[in-house]
Design a protein around this ligand. Structure first.
Ligand SMILES: Cc1cc2nc3c(=O)[nH]c(=O)nc-3n(C[C@H](O)[C@H](O)[C@H](O)COP(=O)(O)O)c2cc1C
Length: 173
């Protein structure tokens, strides 16, 4: 089972990356985490008939995955532009339609990004179960420079990923 992981942050020393590392360093039977780290290479969305290579690669990575895990901060009360741009590229092509998807917003607050991201994902018919969303506020107090230090957060991350895996198994019995 392949889970494609998308990060909403391109920053060096990203807290999102630390959260993602915590998840992907966990060994789970039959689960392969693939971190897609080319979101920053996608051109700004346009609807020309010619599909840029970076966009084709992104769409294929989504198609080849059994589920998608999005981990993102909130920037300026919204979804980071890089992530929103990537989602705009699959509105009409449909790679996220019915795709089991989990959303983790890890930020100082994060409520606005969570709300906006769920609106977007529902608009493109991603399959998001109730427990596959996790809002982590005050993220900086729950990590060190290199790892997640908060025990409750570690458990919540595990639960969210387990729910995503359960959702994938439901659609692919
Ligand atoms: C440009 C910028 C804007 C931010 N705006 C918000 C915001 O509106 N709401 C919020 O909860 N946190 C905001 N933050 C704080 C980030 O959520 C926090 O620093 C987080 O750890 C950043 O994640 P990253 O290190 O993975 O990029 C902002 C941070 C940056 C750099």
């Amino acid at each position: 089972m392949k889970i494609l992981c998308l990060s909403g942050s391109l920053r060096a020393n990203s807290s999102t990356q630390i959260v993602l590392n915590q998840i992907t360093s966990t060994t789970l039977d039959d689960i392969e985490f693939v971190v897609y780290d080319n979101l920053g290479k996608l051109p700004h969305f346009n609807d020309s008939q010619e599909v840029p290579e970076a966009v084709a690669n992104f769409r294929k990575a989504l198609t080849d995955s059994d589920g998608v895990l999005i981990v993102t901060p909130e920037y300026a009360f919204g979804v980071p532009g890089t992530l929103k741009n990537a989602l705009d590229w699959v509105v009409s092509s449909g790679e996220l339609v019915n795709k089991p998807t989990a959303v983790i917003v890890a930020s100082t607050g994060g409520e606005n990004a969570m709300h906006a991201l769920l609106l977007t994902l529902r608009a493109i018919s991603a399959n998001i179960s109730e427990k596959s969303t996790l809002l982590v506020s005050f993220i900086r107090s729950k990590i060190s420079k290199t790892e997640v230090t908060d025990g409750d957060l570690k458990l919540s991350l595990q639960r969210t990923v387990n729910d995503l895996i359960g959702n994938i198994r439901t659609v692919q019995p």
